[in-house]
Design a protein around this ligand. Structure first.
Ligand code: MOS
Length: 749
């Protein structure tokens, strides 16, 4: 059997639908989140946010706030400790090129909602009340937040953002081939700005340990990023800072970068020499990163048979005035389909908001939406079935990198998804299918995301009672990381899953990157497997040295770890309990670390991607303009699936977010005020239970060799393509081609 975790090739837990090992802690309230940790001397900070989007603060009057009983201090740029912002240029692990936002740095206002003061009080309600008494006078300038009006100022980013591939050089002659093509399509596409809105708002609790030492509980997708930030910005010693983030109530990318509440809480704790918690309100969740506004043009030239002759994909993305945020928007159009003439262009334009940030499958959600709606338009224009069109243009290699795919089971995803959905029964004619007074539409789209690994390590400790503890710094952002790592470790050493404990989100554990990019399972999973294999090797060595060892004269390759025992393969009589080996060998414990990272030989030769085929049924009430997504089948090709239950949950969550993009989510900027106006869940709509109907997830078989487990990662692929499939289904239902998301009632009527 390929890619098994256990050396004997028999996995007990990996590949099964094991429930979350952290589930009981979460549903009984024992799992604690950043804003729930406490200390006897805990004070509470409340943020005062800027009322203008651009300009400067001319006066601050904090007297009334300071006079409120229980208020400890009001911190502003005028009185903040000078030790804050020791390193003016500190850039966190995923910072785009530029000058990171610095809270309470000076009198300048860069965006609406920028923190301008922190009120610290004995309790939260006092801090909140006092914050309402802080008077801020501004000299306001006219903000520029309308990307559409700034397109002429768009520029190619002068510096590349780390980890982000710029568009490849064009190949062929995309303009000439377009002009010559018998079928020409040219469309402008747009999706709204979105804010992440995880269930848990951002919070940091800083526990003052005395002697300048702090323990920080932060909402972050990787404690290493918060640790580096605190050390860099405050000039603290590494040993004086302990960061923990054991649980997150969702992140979606909003927790990749340290946010300003972390800075404010650490600054206040150091200044007051006591513990401080700063929790952002739901409104304030709209005062930092978001999925950017991107204006796109896709032009397709094709033969009458639908064979692509030319693809041009241009995108202009908004960024802030202080950082050049970049994501991969257009490159997918050079990867997904085989086309001899391709030109891709990606530019930025500066607007007066906070810097955009990665939001689940950043760039792909946006770019693949445009491409996959354009492909549906081409299918319609050439009278072809949308799947047949995609198969006609199926890419056998990644032309953007000039490499073959490490593995690509997209064809199987199309086939199995179509079969499950019943696609063959589709009447291709728009407006041809009905259910009572509702129009029915069936649409599909392709999804793609990069399959990546990051350098990661893990530690493992096996004790004489036969129990194993593993861990590293990475966070489980709700994806199931605790569970899959526990499964991997249990299988690697043949232990019962109950005998394995996984610790995550602690800066004292083995180094690991932030949890993002769908790389956690492959990176930390491989590191855990290697740490456990190292323990296995040590157990074996110890066992073979014992008097009358049942493993005498046996090679490591011939032993099996199963049911808490180490045995000779094919000879179960020659076996000894692992706990017994440690006891007899006089060992309390065996410790090991493992590390893993991208295999450069493999990645030089192959391009790694996950793929999906998404099928959607919508029902549209034309009188009311209401679209319901009544059925989704998402067929995923993402290498080995470690846990079919948590993996399915990841895809379900991605599909739900995709439905949100398609029909509901929209952060609306008022360009006069330069402010996101619907900064609450009453007016920023996300799908609720009533919006979600049948979602069926298929994992197609796919063997990959980028890492020993064959894992590709799937936190992000579930969202990609989903909104396009909805938009294509809406076209099929109504005959209306809507190229702007979300597809709200006004666009249907
Ligand atoms: Mo993801 S947007 O890398 O959390």
């Amino acid at each position: 059997m390929a890619n098994s975790i256990n050396t004997s090739g028999t996995d007990t837990y990996v590949g099964t639908a094991h429930s979350r090992v952290d589930g009981p802690a979460k549903v009984t309230g024992q799992a604690k989140y950043a804003g729930e940790f406490s200390a006897p001397d805990l004070a509470h900070g409340y943020v005062v946010s800027s009322a203008i989007a651009r300009g400067r603060i001319t006066a601050l009057d904090t007297a009334a706030a300071e006079a409120v009983p229980g208020v400890l201090k009001v911190l502003t740029h005028e009185n903040r400790p000078r030790t804050a912002w020791l390193d003016y240029n500190y850039q966190d692990q995923v910072a785009p090129p530029g000058s990171p936002f610095r809270a309470l740095y000076d009198d300048k206002v860069h965006y609406s909602g920028q923190p301008v003061a922190l009120v610290v009080a004995e309790d939260f309600d006092t801090a909140r009340h006092a914050a309402s008494l802080v008077k801020v006078a501004y000299e306001a300038e006219t903000p520029n937040t309308d990307l559409a009006a700034l397109q002429d100022q768009a520029y190619v980013p002068p510096k590349k953002r780390s980890g982000i591939k710029p568009p490849p050089e064009p190949w062929g002659d995309a303009v000439g081939a377009y002009e010559a093509a018998p079928i020409k399509l040219d469309g402008r596409y747009h999706m709204a700005v979105e804010h992440h809105n995880p269930m848990e708002p951002h919070a940091s609790t800083v526990v003052w340990e005395g002697d300048g030492k702090i323990t920080v509980y932060d909402k972050i997708q990787g404690v290493s990023n918060s640790l580096g930030y605190i050390i860099g910005v405050f000039g603290m010693k590494k040993d004086d800072v302990h960061v923990m983030s054991p649980y997150l109530g969702g992140g979606f990318g909003s927790g990749l970068r340290p946010q300003y509440q972390l800075f404010l809480a650490v600054m206040a704790a150091r200044d007051l020499e006591r513990s401080v918690r700063v929790t952002l309100t739901r409104d304030q969740m709209f005062s930092f990163g978001y999925r950017p506004d991107v204006r796109q043009t896709v032009s397709l030239g094709a033969g009458e048979d639908g064979a692509l002759q030319s693809i041009r994909h241009e995108a202009i993305s908004g960024t802030s005035n202080f950082e050049d945020y970049q994501e991969v928007v257009v490159n997918w159009s050079g990867v997904l389909y085989d086309c001899p003439n391709v030109a891709l262009d990606y530019r930025l334009a500066k607007i007066d908001t906070y810097t955009p940030s990665d939001m689940r499958a950043p760039g792909a959600v946006t770019g693949v939406f445009a491409l996959e709606v354009a492909m549906d338009e081409l299918a319609h224009a050439t009278g072809q079935d949308p799947i047949a069109l995609r198969l006609r243009n199926y890419a056998e290699k990644d032309r953007t990198q000039d490499k073959p795919f490490s593995s690509k089971s997209l064809r199987a995803a199309y086939e199995q998804g179509a079969e499950r959905f019943g696609w063959a029964g589709r009447d291709p004619e728009p407006r041809s299918m009905r259910d009572g007074r509702e129009l029915v539409g069936w649409g599909m789209a392709t999804g793609i995301w990069e399959s990546m690994m990051q350098q990661s390590s893990a530690q493992a400790t096996l004790t004489a009672d036969g129990k194993l503890v593993i861990g590293n710094q990475t966070s489980d952002i709700g994806t199931g990381t605790y569970t899959i790592l526990t499964q991997i470790a249990a299988d690697a050493l043949g232990l019962r899953i109950e005998d394995v404990t996984t610790k995550l989100g602690d800066s004292k554990l083995a180094d690991a990157p932030i949890a993002g990019g769908s790389w956690t399972a492959a990176s930390s999973g491989t590191a855990v497997m290697k740490a456990c294999r190292e323990i296995a090797a040590q157990v074996f060595t110890l066992a073979r040295r014992l008097d009358d060892s049942p493993l005498a004269n046996v090679d490591f390759e011939r032993v099996v770890f199963k049911d808490g025992h180490i045995s000779v393969a094919g000879d179960p009589s020659r076996s000894i309990a692992i706990a017994e080996v440690l006891k007899a060998g006089g060992m309390d414990k065996i410790e090991a670390t493992g590390s893993a990272g991208p295999d450069s030989n493999h990645s030089q030769s192959f391009a790694g991607y996950t793929h999906s085929a998404v099928f959607v049924e919508v029902k549209v009430d034309e009188d009311l303009g209401v679209v319901r997504v009544t059925r989704v089948v998402s067929a995923i090709a993402a290498g080995k699936i470690l846990n079919t239950k948590t993996a399915r949950s990841q895809i379900l969550g991605g599909v739900v977010m995709g439905i949100g993009s398609a029909l509901e989510e929209e952060s609306m900027l008022d360009h006069t005020l330069g402010r996101f106006m619907n900064h609450n869940l009453g007016e920023y709509h996300v799908p609720v239970h009533a919006d979600i109907h049948d979602i069926d997830v298929i994992f197609v078989d796919e063997e990959d060799k980028a890492n020993p487990m064959g894992v590709k990662g799937l936190g992000e692929i579930g969202i990609v393509g989903t909104a396009a499939a909805v938009a294509n289904a809406v076209f099929h239902a109504t005959g209306k081609r809507i190229r702007e998301l979300p597809i709200t009632i006004d666009k249907i009527l």
